[in-house]
Design a protein around this ligand. Structure first.
Ligand code: E4P
Length: 226
């Protein structure tokens, strides 16, 4: 499994990238709004992220028609070679994805909540599909079960004839709220988990690691004083 950071915060991205395990970044309009960024600075902001991260950086189109999404997508793809255009899973989004994929522009289909949506996204040429986990949990449904269904359904077929450069479509477990979400997503075979920085920090922690480290440090003190 690869890890993407789900944020538009440059400090978080710098810090996570320095840990050596970061494969990409996903942003969305909400995450960019949280940075306090202006519309006029959006493309520059995505460029800054692309300069930090040596991997796919998803930047979302907020357009609602296929023509506008394609125009947005082409402009976003010009920012840097590692930009992936994030497109919502809806009819206009599917049509735009087909056009962008045919032009060699990778698309991450977002706001995916069902197996049929995921299959349509793959057939439309999406390079990545982002089923959301936590938002199902928010409405008292089982987000991990939904993710597992998508992973099984997509993994059973070869969609490479539909995608950019015939690469296999990859499933990004999105809307991740806990380290356990990451564990379960990895066990079911999701290709990528995109995680908020708070979850990434929790992923590295374990009380037995802390306890073990504490004991090693105390014992090493004894060695030094012997
Ligand atoms: C996916 O790429 C989205 O940015 C993200 O995972 C949404 O998560 P949320 O439900 O925590 O907003």
């Amino acid at each position: 499994m690869k890890f993407f950071l789900d944020t538009a915060d440059l400090d978080e991205i710098e810090e996570a990238a320095s840990w050596g395990a970061l494969a990409g970044v996903t942003t969305n309009p909400t995450l960019y709004a949280r940075t306090g960024g202006k519309l006029s600075d959006f493309h520059n902001h995505i460029k800054r992220i692309c300069d930090i991260v040596d991997g796919p950086v998803s930047a979302e189109s907020v357009a609602m028609t296929r023509e506008e999404i394609v125009r947005d997508g082409r402009e976003l793809a010009e920012i840097a070679p590692n930009v992936v255009v994030k497109v919502p899973t809806m009819v206009e989004g599917l049509a735009a994805t087909r056009t962008l994929a045919d032009e060699g522009i990778p698309v991450n289909m977002t706001l995916c909540f069902s197996v049929p949506q995921a299959i349509l996204a793959a057939r439309a040429g999406a390079r990545y599909i982002s089923p959301f986990v936590g938002r199902f949990d928010d409405i008292s449904e089982d987000g991990l079960e939904q993710l597992s269904n998508v992973v099984s359904a997509i993994g059973g077929y070869d969609f490479s004839e539909s995608t950019v450069n015939h690469e296999q479509v990859e499933i990004i477990a999105a809307s991740i709220r806990s380290a356990n979400h990451v564990t379960q997503a990895a066990l079911m075979g999701a290709d990528i988990a995109t995680v908020p920085f708070a979850v990434l920090k929790k992923m590295v922690q374990h009380p037995l690691t802390d306890r073990g480290l504490d004991a090693f440090m105390k014992d090493w003190e004894k060695v030094q004083n012997a």
